[in-house]
Design a protein around this ligand. Structure first.
Ligand code: SAM
Length: 317
């Protein structure tokens, strides 16, 4: 089979199986099976696949047609211009989460402008917490943008933390990110931090921590309601980790504790940025109507859905 025929076959099979974005999926699987670049795929459509490449491709198509996400078959997903390893232990990073990164960067720039401080977009002196880090995509994207900031990447799932840590090591940010198993921010109290050391390549316990105060807390928590499970795409419901998807029966249950704990762990003037589920805003916005918070703002995603809520820890509350 040549490249052209393989692509045609893949598109036909995936379309027949009602796979979304079937052309892109067939192309990504063919790239993965052959190890070629997109340019070489299209510049040499007459090239023959080797027998092992053909077998691998056909088997990948079969698994995709049966509902396995492309990212679980290729083992990767791009986020914020970086390539992340993904496994069934972590949520596949979503494009809408890039809005959260944009809001963080805007908020930091505005804060510096307002306080008439010199712009500190290197993140010098900033301590950041990412709650529910999953693949590590938020902490690592922010580490790329704020090259002097330090991070805690927290997750309740040790399996997710192992993936996040591998991503941080491979992408070169592990020396500024401390990984910690934690229920929201609870694990920061007198916890034994587990720290990524690139030269070790595995978890290493380094010290006993007092709970630190942060300049910035970010989170994309699980926010889907269990009652919505039947209506989820099978790729999501059957293949992504339930702990990363479901916030409770309704979906918004984790937000109240997240907001309360974040108020307690932010420095005065610190910034809090949270991703929202498609219908979370009415339950989440009132949580910010306390003296602890000021400058509350909501940002819509490209589909017009309120996707990110951000606020500042009041100076005096
Ligand atoms: C929606 S995923 C977000 C993953 C990643 N930050 C992203 O944006 O792609 C939520 C993450 O929160 C973690 N999580 C769920 N409940 C948690 C809790 N109580 N405390 C800490 N992390 C939690 C899950 O393991 C999962 O990795």
């Amino acid at each position: 089979m040549d490249i052209r025929a393989a692509l045609k076959l893949g598109i036909a099979q995936l379309r027949a199986a009602n796979v979304g974005s079937y052309t892109l999926a067939a192309e990504l699987l063919l790239l993965h099976a052959t190890g070629r670049t997109r340019t070489s795929l299209y510049s040499h459509p007459e090239d023959q696949l080797t027998e092992p490449e053909s077998q691998n491709y056909v088997s990948l198509l079969k698994r995709r047609a049966a509902g396995v996400p492309v990212q679980h078959l290729t083992g990767k997903q791009e986020f914020w211009g970086l390539e992340f390893e993904v496994t069934p232990d972590v949520l596949i990073p979503r494009p809408e989460t890039e809005h959260l990164i944009e809001v963080v960067l805007d908020r930091l720039a505005v804060r510096d402008l307002r306080s008439k401080l010199a712009q500190n977009m290197s993140g010098e002196g900033l301590l950041v917490a990412d709650i529910g880090t999953g693949s590590g995509c938020i902490a690592i994207a922010l580490a790329k943008e704020l090259p002097a900031a330090k991070f805690y990447a927290l997750d309740i799932s040790p399996a997710a933390l192992a993936v996040a840590q591998r991503n941080a090591i491979r992408l070169g940010f592990a020396d500024r990110i401390t990984f910690l198993e934690s229920n929201l921010l609870g694990g920061l109290f007198a916890a034994r931090a587990q720290h990524a050391a690139p030269q070790l390549g595995n978890l290493r316990s380094i010290e006993t921590h007092q709970s630190p105060l942060f300049d910035l807390i970010v989170s994309n928590p699980p926010y889907i309601g269990r009652r919505e499970a039947p209506s989820l795409a099978r790729e999501v419901r059957d293949h992504e980790p339930a702990i990363a998807l479901f916030g409770g029966e309704e979906g918004y249950e984790l937000y109240a504790d997240l907001v309360t704990q974040s108020a307690a762990h932010l420095k005065p003037g610190g910034i809090f940025v949270l991703e929202l589920g498609h219908d979370s805003l009415p339950a989440v916005q009132p949580l910010f109507e306390t003296p602890h918070w000021s400058n509350v703002g909501v940002t819509n995603d490209l589909a017009g859905i309120p996707r990110v809520i951000a606020a500042e820890r009041s100076e005096k509350a």
